[in-house]
Design a protein around this ligand. Structure first.
Ligand SMILES: *Cc1c(COP(=O)(O)O)cnc(C)c1O
Length: 401
């Protein structure tokens, strides 16, 4: 057996099979490139589902982490530490908001948003106890906890995990009239992805998100934007909602906030909304730890200059121009997305998304399929135009059949 085969067989023998990875065993990575245990190089067009927006081994992030590793890594929130105030202040400023509640994973940020919205509903809006409702969209992906999968419409993500958490209403994504009809006096929040990533990089119709903003404002309902995948530069802006000129009541951030180094997530909102929490009512041992804050502070500093957003916008225009040409042929049935983020529907006769991904892997390009014959492209924002073009060349070759 090759080194790769041995590593995969051993992983399969001793790990739960809740993933079906492509048969590549990565050993090292730098920028937009990964190298496997046999020395083969691959262009990373997934970027850890956008956790690696700033690339593998980003010098600034590694240096920030290393310096903090030598000082202090964890205090728990039982004590203050000297990176916490800067992290909260600077993240709130980046978001144009007031208050930050740090957690670790994206799913925890979503859970925190659910708790915040419900508590806000009871304490501030005056919803009768136990009656709070949160409206979500069909096709959503907000994480993997039991409560979060309770309002998933993906059978794979949801089946056999009941009894499910009540209190959620599901409406079609992009349908403002359906959202309006679902709202009652007990609605406390609308939770949406500004672009649905896992669903295949679905961009809602123009005006939808502004309409959601208008509707939620009028009905005194919190607009919670899950920007865990769409945020922090991916679409060419700091937040995907900016494209529509929309400011939500709450941002949920994760993935790239930890720079691909450590898990860092956060709920960012107004002092009035996050002010519903009193000591002991919510928390996390690792949330807001010094190492996480040090890395996230460097992420925030990189985003503040706007250079990564600009790069994502420019390279994204190029990417979508090239993919638009492909969509004119008979191999690609649809292309969606914004900035350096694309969902590509491949004609089923050319194979499943998985088969296309494997063919790309054989040509040194790593992507991930989603739902049937869709593949998505989300390279690190630091990718060079030449490397991106090379990756697109490989895609064109694979689509030639
Ligand atoms: C990845 C993701 C999550 C969950 O984040 P985890 O860190 O995997 O828990 C939530 N929402 C969206 C939009 C995501 O893409």
């Amino acid at each position: 057996m090759t080194t790769t085969e041995t590593a995969i067989a051993s992983a399969e023998a001793h790990s739960a099979h809740n993933y079906h990875p492509l048969p590549v065993v990565v050993a090292t990575a730098e920028g937009a490139w990964m190298t496997d245990v046999e020395g083969r190089r691959y262009l990373d067009l997934l970027a850890g589902y956008s956790a690696l927006n700033f690339g593998h081994g980003n010098r600034r992030l590694i240096d920030a982490a290393r310096a903090q590793l030598e000082r202090v890594t964890l205090t728990s929130r039982a004590f203050h530490h000297d990176r916490f105030a800067d992290f909260c202040t600077q993240l709130a400023e980046l978001c144009g908001m007031e208050t930050v509640l740090p957690m670790n994973t994206g799913a925890e940020a979503v859970e925190t948003a659910v708790k915040t919205a419900r508590k806000w509903g009871y304490r501030v809006k005056g919803v009768p106890d136990g009656m709070a409702k949160i409206i979500v969209a069909a096709g959503n992906f907000h994480g993997r906890t039991t409560t979060v999968v309770s309002f998933s419409t993906d059978p794979e993500a949801r089946a056999d995990y009941g009894p499910y958490t009540p209190g959620f209403e599901i409406v079609p994504y992009g349908d403002l009239a359906a959202l309006d009809a679902a709202m009652t006096g007990n609605t406390v929040a609308v939770l949406l992805e500004p672009i649905q990533g896992e669903a295949g990089v679905l961009v809602p119709p123009p005006g939808y998100l502004a309409g959601v903003r208008e509707l939620t404002r009028r009905r005194n309902v919190l607009f919670v934007a899950d920007e865990i995948q769409s945020g922090l530069g991916r679409t060419g802006r700091t937040f995907a909602l900016e494209h529509e000129g929309v400011v939500p009541d709450m941002y949920l951030l994760g993935k790239a906030l930890g720079g691909g180094v450590v898990p860092v997530s956060a709920v960012v909102s107004s002092a009035a909304v996050l002010g519903v929490f009193r000591p002991g009512e919510h928390g996390s041992t690792f949330g807001g730890n010094p190492l996480a804050c040090a890395v996230a502070l460097e992420v925030i500093a990189m985003l503040r200059t706007g250079e990564f957003q600009e790069r994502a916008a420019e390279l994204g225009d190029h990417l979508h121009r090239e993919l638009g040409l492909l969509a004119g042929g008979d191999a690609v049935t649809a292309v969606r997305g914004r900035g350096l983020w694309a969902g590509i529907d491949i004609a089923p006769r050319l194979g499943t998304g998985r088969e296309i991904s494997e063919k790309l892997m054989d040509r040194g390009v790593l992507v991930k399929d989603t739902h049937g014959s869709t593949i998505r492209i989300a390279p690190p924002l630091v990718i060079s135009k030449e490397d991106l073009d090379w990756g697109l060349d490989q895609l064109r070759e694979v689509l030639r059949g």
